[in-house]
Design a protein around this ligand. Structure first.
Ligand code: PLP
Length: 270
């Protein structure tokens, strides 16, 4: 029997980073922040710290299913966030779990590479993600390098972010949030900056053709890891509680900004 609980259960299916900077630990912290009950299934055990990824051991399709089924058979999962999906086998298993009605339409953070340059998804996993999983998403949240890799487009400014989002929608995604944090704000040609605040972090949502730009203060801080994990998990947690997509993104983005500001306060910033 599937138990009802007034606290929404949100599940992350993602990689485990023992240092806690990214992946499942960042996701679970975020679910708790937004008042949700966290659940997690590991796709890959990674070996890393803040400087580098030293290796990975991936789960199999069977071990992923074995993690997910007992949880979803006991509790209703209100929302799902997908992070690192390293192999085509893992992607296919997630697709099956969705088709079988076990998982709701997921928020997909397409984790392809670590900040230090380590490949976290095999080429055939990326192909499977594009072909089979992205059309089943509630939302896909690539950063600029991920959006470029997934679409083959070169993104130079806000217009480029729009084009990449549109391309991903043409590939089947119902909604796409392109995160602009990787754009070099001052040098990017065609990047429209607000005259009041020339240093903004801009994310662009294309929800079935309706465009919303989210602008937040750009905070100069040493690279904070896991911001993509936190954003997508925050969105999933808010969607689980019945908030709209735009409101969920707004709240999750505010929390990412708080997290970066806290990291700046702790380190003293640049
Ligand atoms: N490791 C895992 C398990 C992740 O899920 C991610 C990103 O989502 C990363 C590493 C990459 O994080 P970073 O970009 O901070 O290196």
């Amino acid at each position: 029997m599937v138990a009802e609980n007034h606290q929404c259960l949100v599940m992350t299916i993602a990689g485990f980073d023992p240092s806690g900077g990214a992946g499942i630990i960042a996701d679970l912290k975020t679910f708790l922040h937004f008042g949700c009950r966290p659940a997690a299934a590991i796709t890959s055990l990674t070996f890393q710290n803040s400087t580098a990824v030293f290796g990975v051991i991936h789960e199999t399709d069977q071990s992923l299913r074995a993690q997910v089924l007992p949880v979803i058979q006991e509790h209703k999962v209100a929302a799902v966030k997908l992070g690192m999906l390293p192999t085509a086998e893992i992607v296919a298993e997630v697709v099956s779990l969705i088709h079988e009605g076990y998982l709701p339409a997921p928020v997909i953070d397409p984790v392809l590479q670590s900040s230090s340059g380590y490949e976290l998804a095999e080429a055939c996993a990326i192909e499977a993600l594009l072909r089979e999983l992205i059309p089943l998403a509630r939302l896909v949240t690539p950063n600029i390098p991920e959006a470029e890799l997934l679409t083959g487009l070169r993104i130079e400014g806000e217009q480029g972010m729009r084009q990449a989002a549109q391309r991903l929608r043409e590939m089947g995604a119902p909604a796409v949030l392109v995160k602009g944090g990787h754009l070099k704000r001052k040098s990017a040609p065609g990047f429209q900056q607000s005259s009041e605040n020339p240093e903004e972090a801009i994310d662009l949502l294309d929800d079935q053709g309706e465009i919303t730009a989210f602008r937040e203060e750009w905070i100069s801080a040493p690279a904070v890891r896991g911001t993509g994990c936190i954003l997508s998990s925050g969105i999933a947690a808010c969607l689980a509680q019945g908030l709209s997509l735009v409101e969920s993104i707004r709240l999750a983005k505010g929390y990412v900004t708080e997290t970066i500001r806290f990291a700046q306060d702790v380190s003293g910033g640049d």
